[in-house]
Design a protein around this ligand. Structure first.
Ligand code: SAM
Ligand code: DTB
Ligand code: SF4
Length: 342
């Protein structure tokens, strides 16, 4: 038997998985999912843009890049108190993880204490913390870890050989370097990418190959379906076949068996049936709440109904045993509401 956790995937192997008849691919992915997770449990995170718009980068998909006319206004970094208010609301609505995003190429050293204060206080509410702030140096990653950060999100976004068609203001290697700093600081990594940007199937497989062959599998793998925003260069990209999206989730599950695979951006325009297929294929994490960073997400009532209809429950978070302020598990209101599909 080959080892389950591998870091030596060949592109041909990944393509062979993509090419399986869909029922066979789903069977393999669902079996792998059951080996490592309870397939009825889905982890629920809420996103907040703590610093919106005005970004100097040129990511071709992004509404927050200053250079594209997308109608997103640049705002300053939010106050800690305002962030905390949103975190309390997210917790009350049932989120177990709170992710703070900033439209930065990279944080300035003077920003780090402000973000660290947010992290410290969000964590003190009993939520898991995640941040996505752009490229990080080693000392910045260590400072965030020190403040209580659990996860850092930094995506590879696409395959190495499609990257130059999407982003020009930073290199693939810059992303790998940031991920190394994050790992070395002892943070959990959240790293995935976007599909539906006009890439080929081989390039979708190439993204998964790059992710699975990292020195450690990301703890969390967000698979975003491009949210097409007018004014960005990728607006008007050909729509991805929904079954191809399901295949992407399934191959992510098979190649990174112990990672949380997140059905990430793009859910607002997915049918309930497509999302159900994604959960069957091994997705076990979502963003919950009406907004992602600047674009829409399904409203919470729709998600609660979906969970109830599918018999899914939000994953409970076990808070660190040595965290005496927040012992035990976080129980979420959504769980009770999801139990009743009426
Ligand atoms: N500025 C930081 C950075 O780029 O690392 C953090 C925030 S950035 C918005 C986080 C991720 O959101 C991107 O790497 C990309 O994968 C995803 N994203 C941004 N715009 C998107 C869109 N229109 N559709 C799908 N995913 C998107
Ligand atoms: C990720 O991979 N997806 C999230 C999160 N990481 C930060 C962001 C999606 C952003 C979608 C576009 C927007 O709302 O601005
Ligand atoms: Fe800036 Fe991040 Fe958007 Fe790229 S994805 S333009 S770095 S906010």
């Amino acid at each position: 038997m080959p080892p389950v956790i591998r870091h030596d995937w060949h592109l041909d192997e990944l393509l062979a998985l993509f090419e399986l008849p869909l029922p066979e691919l789903l069977h393999r992915a669902a079996s792998m999912h059951r080996t490592h997770f309870d397939p009825a449990q889905v982890q629920v995170s809420t996103l907040l843009s703590v610093k919106t718009g005005g970004c100097p980068e040129d990511c071709g998909y992004c509404p927050q890049a200053q250079r594209y006319a997308t109608g997103v206004d640049a705002q300053k970094l939010m106050d800690t108190e305002a962030v905390l208010e949103r975190a309390r609301q997210a917790r009350a609505a049932g989120a177990s993880r709170f992710c703070m995003g900033a439209a930065w190429r990279s944080p300035k050293d003077r920003d780090i204490p402000k973000v660290a204060a947010m992290i410290r206080e969000v964590k003190a509410l009993g939520l898991e913390t995640c941040a996505t702030l752009g490229m990080l140096e080693g000392h910045q990653a260590r400072a965030l870890k020190e403040a209580g950060l659990d996860y850092y999100n930094h995506n590879l976004d696409t395959a190495p050989d499609y990257y130059d068609s999407v982003i020009h203001t930073r290199q693939y290697q810059d992303r790998l370097d940031t991920l190394a700093h994050v790992r070395e600081a002892g943070l959990k990594t959240c790293c995935g990418g976007i599909v539906g940007m006009g890439e080929t199937r081989a390039q979708r497989a190439g993204l998964l190959q790059a992710l699975a062959n990292l020195p450690a599998h990301p703890d969390s793998v967000p698979i975003n379906r491009l949210v097409q925003v007018a004014g960005t260069p990728l607006h008007g990209s050909p729509e991805l076949d929904p079954f191809e999206f399901v295949r992407m989730i399934a191959v992510a599950r098979i190649t990174m068996p112990r990672s949380m695979v997140r059905l990430s951006a793009g859910r607002e325009t997915m049918s309930d049936e497509l999302q159900a297929l994604c959960f069957l294929a091994g997705a076990n994490s979502i963003f919950y709440g009406e907004k992602l960073l600047t674009t829409g997400n399904p409203d919470t009532a729709r998600d609660r109904q979906l969970f109830a209809r599918l018999g899914l429950v939000p994953m409970e978070v076990t808070v660190d045993a040595d965290d005496h302020d927040h012992p035990g598990t976080v129980h979420m209101d959504i769980a009770a509401e999801c139990a009743d599909p009426a």
